[in-house]
Design a protein around this ligand. Structure first.
Ligand code: ADP
Length: 441
């Protein structure tokens, strides 16, 4: 920024040249030249007394040399070079070009806090701008207005963070930078600032990620702490009161084994989630056949289906549906969906898995649906189902050995495969989870 300002001032030589140029363009200069010509002609034709001619010549020289009184400077003055091209009074075309090129919402203000220029991003992110308005018409955050005032006075930059609740929750950061445009951007000149640059940065996304990370750590610790507390409790009981009770020992050891399995499932899920996330930007390359993968998953889970008294049915497209994919991840994806249908939709006593295809804009799309006929999911839960640790019924999930991470893993695997996931459900009629993946030509 300061480099741009220096080049626009153009140095002392440039300033002198531009002053001479301005004089040449002034009408007074041509009147003066006409008078000089008249005096010369008068002298040549002996029409003027030499003393009178000398006096007139002296006056003409003085008119050229004596500087004109300067008009009072506006609070923000344009540099001399750009003054002729400035589109608004007091603004500078080069400064405007720089402000409009900034990637963040940016405003140039006078030291009195009036808007000199703003880029288009201000209109989108902050509100409609009118040049000449005080900043307070646009930004009503007292901390920002105070920072602008203080920076214009002491010449020091400032950073202000603030939150907005209306119309949406968002966090913003304002940077207030005093400028010394007339000094070519040089703060060391000792002069007070002649303009203030105000830029904004939206911190909402960053804050949300920080919040999500904190929530995730809190949830993961809580999920681990519960079985750990139960394990410690049983260890103490077995060391103390139940030391010689063989029947209690057997019962407690079975519970402890179940809790240990729960902890290891949770750690497995956490590790898979982080591994999938780590590779999220790399789409798998290997061609894999979906029919074979889904058949394998249904075969693996048929004992669980039998255990739950559910008829697990697979209806597969006779055509080969090859996609670019990671076989293990795709197995994990469909295992999670079929397992959920068997766990939560068991009351419907039937789980139907279909593998088909449809025409998409870029070719064939494989459509795999896992449908159950159980209690279904209320509409208010649907948008949050794939969040980590989100459960419709926490107790029911724990009872089924759920970690609350299954659908988050599904979502990430689908995203890594550049596919789409859809959930449809009608309360009391069951739920259908549909995955769409582009088929290789
Ligand atoms: P969990 O480990 O608890 O099963 P998931 O992420 O797989 O975690 O699922 C999140 C929640 O979504 C489950 O706790 C359950 O409440 C709900 N859910 C998932 N699949 C079904 C389904 N087929 N029918 C009803 N509810 C379901």
């Amino acid at each position: 920024m300061s480099q741009d300002m220096e080049s626009s001032a153009g140095g002392a030589a440039g300033g002198a040249r531009s002053r001479a140029g301005a004089r040449l363009r002034a009408p007074a200069f041509w009147i003066w030249l006409g008078l000089v010509a008249l005096v010369a002609v008068g002298l040549a034709m002996d029409l003027l007394h030499p003393t009178l001619a000398f006096m007139m010549g002296l006056l003409l020289v003085l008119a050229l040399v004596v500087p004109r009184p300067a008009s009072a400077p506006p609070p923000f003055r344009a540099s001399p070079v750009a003054a002729a091209a400035a589109p608004q009074p007091g603004s500078d075309a080069k400064v405007e070009a720089v402000v409009s090129a900034l990637p963040e919402p940016a405003l140039l203000l006078t030291t009195e806090g009036e808007i000199v220029t703003a880029n288009a991003r201000v209109g989108l992110a902050i509100g409609p701008v009118r040049v000449g308005d005080p900043l307070s018409f646009l930004v009503r955050v007292p901390e920002v207005l105070d920072a602008v005032r203080a920076a214009a006075t002491d010449g020091l930059p400032r950073r202000v963070e603030f939150a907005e609740r209306v119309p949406l929750d968002r966090w913003l950061e304002a940077h207030v930078v005093p400028l010394h445009l007339d000094a070519g951007g040089d703060r060391r000149s000792g002069a007070s600032p002649d303009a203030v640059l105000l830029t904004f940065r939206d911190l909402t996304q960053q804050r949300r990620v920080e919040q999500m990370r904190a929530d995730f750590v809190a949830n993961a610790s809580h999920e681990l702490r519960t079985p750990l507390a139960s394990l410690s409790g049983f260890i103490e009981t077995l060391q103390g009161p139940a030391r010689n009770d063989a029947a209690a020992r057997e019962r407690f050891l079975a519970i402890m084994a179940a809790q240990a399995r729960r902890m290891s499932r949770l750690i497995d899920d956490l590790l898979s989630l982080s591994r999938i996330e780590l590779n999220a930007h790399v789409q798998p390359e290997t061609p894999v056949e979906l029919g074979a993968i889904v058949t394998h998953v249904c075969d693996t889970l048929s004992p669980l289906a039998a255990d739950r008294g559910v008829a697990l049915e697979l209806v597969a497209d006779p055509e080969r549906l090859a996609v670019r994919g990671d076989r293990d991840e795709l197995i994990r994806l469909f295992e999670n969906l079929v397992e959920n249908a068997l766990k939560y939709g068991a009351a419907g006593q039937q789980v139907l898995v279909t593998v088909g295809h449809e025409a998409g804009p870029k070719g064939r799309v494989a459509v795999i649906t896992v449908r159950d006929f159980g209690p279904g999911i209320a509409p208010e839960h649907l948008p949050r189902l794939t969040e980590r640790f989100y459960r419709v019924d926490v107790a029911a999930s724990r009872e089924q050995g759920g970690t609350g991470l299954g659908l988050a893993i599904v979502k990430h695997i689908v995203a890594r495969h550049r596919g789409r996931l859809a959930v449809d459900s009608v309360l009391g009629e069951g739920a259908a989870f549909t995955v769409r993946l582009d088929v290789l030509p």
